[in-house]
Design a protein around this ligand. Structure first.
Ligand code: MLT
Length: 256
């Protein structure tokens, strides 16, 4: 299994306090494009492709959340950034939490978008393993068709999301499913996070129900939550301004 960090593909926009945006599963950094014009005057916005996605190198093995967080800290080292605000969507949120746990001295603030602190239930874990096996045998098509309706209540959102998911390498999808299944429960140590934390969640999220972030935010010492009534699981494309506002607030807070 690959355990050393890989050089992640990234792009950056703007200047000032670094804000790293980590995409969810099975997307890539382009999912954040609607955020760029809304955030680039507020900080140095860094979009990354996780290992195996977008233009980042593929490696064999299980993509644990810790391994993916190590790739992100290696990117900060490469860019000479000591501390950054780390914000992640869904699986990117799990990676952000793993980053917060492993590298607290590199964290200036935390953004948790459409995500949760809990690990998988035994049923969910089994289901992921089953999905991984099915993708290995039959490819991505059926998996994507099953996931698409859960991403957003807006039918018009689905074709571009399906298109983007279809660009993923099936082997990276499998490696991430296995990594998510292995992740540990972050709720146990959330109160040790000392930095401000913005929790952003769509009220209509069909993948991660609202009670999960509501529980998570209560455990975050300096956390606050924004519920977006018109969003499902993809708030950065469903309501870009609603998602950008709390991230701007986070950058402002960290500057002081
Ligand atoms: C994601 O959107 O990144 C994933 O669906 C999260 C998950 O499956 O837990």
């Amino acid at each position: 299994m690959e355990i050393t960090p890989v050089e992640l593909a990234y792009e950056e926009h703007g200047q000032g306090t670094p804000l790293v945006l980590i995409h969810g599963f099975p997307f890539n950094r382009t999912i954040w494009y609607p955020m760029v014009p809304l955030l680039k005057d507020a900080g140095r916005i860094i979009l990354v492709d996780l290992r195996g996605f977008g233009q980042s190198p593929f490696t064999e093995g299980v993509y644990t959340m810790r391994l993916l967080a190590e790739d992100v800290v290696a990117l900060l080292d490469r860019l000479g950034i000591e501390k950054a605000v780390i914000a992640g969507h869904s699986m990117g949120g799990y990676v952000s939490l793993a980053f917060a746990h492993a590298f607290p001295s590199r964290l200036a603030g935390l953004g948790l978008i459409a995500t949760q602190a809990e690990s998988d239930s035994p049923e969910k874990r089994q289901n992921r393993i089953k999905q991984a096996e099915e993708i290995g045998r039959k490819g991505l098509k059926g998996f994507i068709e099953g996931m698409a309706p859960k991403l957003s209540p807006y039918a018009s959102m689905q074709p571009p999301l399906i298109d983007l998911m279809g660009q993923a390498n099936p082997k990276s999808v499998v490696a991430s499913l296995r990594g998510m299944a292995e992740r540990s429960d972050a709720a146990e140590w959330l109160d040790t996070i000392e930095v401000p934390a913005a929790v952003v969640h769509g009220s209509q999220d069909a993948l991660i129900p609202l009670e999960k972030p509501r529980t998570m935010v209560q455990l975050l010492t300096r956390g606050w939550m924004v519920e977006l009534g018109c969003a499902g699981h993809m708030p950065m494309v469903e309501t870009p301004p609603g998602t950008a506002d709390p991230l701007r607030a986070l950058l402002e807070m960290v500057k002081k």
